[in-house]
Design a binder for this molecule. Sequence first.
Ligand code: NAI
Ligand SMILES: CCCCCC(=O)CC\C=C/C=C/C=C/[C@@H](O)[C@@H](O)CCCC(=O)O
Length: 261
Amino acid sequence: MSLYGKVALVTGGAQGIGRAVVQSLLLSSAKVAVVDLNKTCGEECKTQLDTEFGEGHCTFIQCDVSHGDALRDAFQSTVDQFGRLDIVINNAGINNEKNWEKTIQVNLTSVIKGTYLALEHMSKEYGKEGGTIINVSSMAAFMHSPHQPVYTATKHGVIGFTRAMADASSQGDYGVRINVLCPAFVDTPLLHSVEQEDNMGKFVKFKDDFKLRMDKFGVLPPSLIAEGMMRLIMDTSLNGAVMKITCSKGIHFHSYEPMSA
Ligand SMILES: NC(=O)C1=CN([C@@H]2O[C@H](COP(=O)(O)OP(=O)(O)OC[C@H]3O[C@@H](n4cnc5c(N)ncnc54)[C@H](O)[C@@H]3O)[C@@H](O)[C@H]2O)C=CC1
Ligand SMILES: CCCCCC(=O)CC\C=C/C=C/C=C/[C@@H](O)[C@@H](O)CCCC(=O)O
């Protein structure tokens, strides 16, 4: 299915998982706003994508997603440049147990803010045409470990928030599908931050345990996460889905017990 005429916004889109998703969106003919803190990486990314896809298909907006007004401006700038918004990927994330308050701001608060801003631009509640939102969590929300307590907490939070918002969307007739994606270990720069005391603080001493888990469970290519993301975007039957991507089971979904009294 083509995404011709659709406009996407990807936070943390300049490298890693976000960069792979941007590539897939452009290959499907969507227009894409790459929203990222890293100016150098973002500008390099745009130059490469302009060369590959031609100018005018993507834009780079430098923005710290944890600054609420800046994130609001990034959404507005996307709509100003491309005329509409249909797909929002709240992907930007960090792994910092030392500055754990920042980890909560980037990984959870900004995902909530990004979801609310997406709804302002896409929900029928606001007179808009509908759309789809994907929030990025992690398998860390299902398999906790001693080296990332706050990171793990934020990823649990992303799942709970997304599932509740998906119900709000269906019951409130927002016309917006809201799903969550949980990758296992992925080969990106973030994965290497686990070795650094600056990121992990006192939990850095558990890095060998982390590496053992990586050896045991394997490391996924970012392209497979992009493939899962495209499935969540294209499959219009999905709302409130929790997609997991692991080496052992590939792309699959978590199933929950039905709600009981
Ligand atoms: N790499 C992995 O093994 C896994 C990653 N994830 C999640 O996937 C998402 C993407 O991670 P990766 O691509 O691995 O990381 P990465 O570090 O390779 O890329 C993250 C991107 O987000 C940007 N970013 C960071 N803080 C930002 C901020 N405040 N405002 C705007 N942009 C910001 C960075 O500049 C970077 O371009 C994160 O939410 C992460 O928690 C989930 C499971 C596994
Ligand atoms: C240093 C920051 C990077 C953050 C890394 C993560 O977010 C990593 C995710 C953590 C755990 C991954 C576990 C993977 C397990 C699977 O391969 C599988 O064995 C689990 C199967 C369970 C299932 O799919 O239901």
